[in-house]
Write a protein that binds this ligand. Sequence first.
Ligand code: COA
Length: 258
Amino acid sequence: MAYELLTLERNDDGVAVVTLANGKVNPLSRELLGELKRAADELAADLPGAVVITGGDRIFAAGADISQFGGPDEAAEIGPLFHDTIGAFAALPRFVIAAVSGYALGGGCELALGCDYRIASEKAVFGQPEILLGIIPGGGGTQRLARVVGPSKAKEMCLTGRQVKAEEALRIGLADEVVAPEELHDRALALAAEVAKGALAAQAITKRLIDDGLSTSLDAGLAMERAGFVEVFGTDDSQTGVASFLEHGPGKATFTGS
Ligand code: COA
């Protein structure tokens, strides 16, 4: 089934690009969330090398579609839609990059937080303004934002609704890189392409260990790493990479991704 509120492109270099295209402000309506979930499922079923998620030029995404809010019954439907959709991208065993051009507010910020890495344009603005509507973030903001910027800054942002510009976002770790607006697309695609030609099976294990390790104790995380270290030596790429190093030196291996 075709998409109407986003585009999904697959480039020859293995990079998949998801672009939100829901009008001027990209509200994350139920319909857009449904399409995003479908896109994540499509990517999971036929994995690319890396993923870039981007939005409009001035507005990455303005958050949940406020016109679809109602009472607790609607919230009980919308909350899981957000969690399932953003969780599906977060769970992709590939590097997922958010390229944030402008406003990433509410669910827009939460979608970016569900990505592994955020590249922001100098014009990007992040925020969790839900409190100004008398509500709370429902797309993972209370959890993922705190894990990214720490609990005190997350509380300050979520309790005041203050918006954070690119430079501050970089300083607090909410953005991983800030680039000129005209460089955003190329930078995101170049990083994604570099990752896409890497040892994808090892990347998948690494991503899983880092994400799972963040929700557990250090000892349990280290135990998971020991198991992952054994697992990775069962991949073809580990044999290729080690043999290539011994024969040709570092960084010369050509990986198959398996
Ligand atoms: N859901 C539904 N509609 C939204 C929306 C949202 N999250 N954000 C903006 N809109 C609508 C506005 O109501 C307006 O509709 P109208 O043209 O019918 O009046 C239109 O989009 C343009 O918004 P406007 O505020 O006039 O544009 P702007 O360029 O001045 O500002 C934003 C853009 C995104 C900064 C601003 O709209 C905003 O702060 N939006 C709300 C963000 C938010 O609170 N998100 C969390 C939701 S829980």
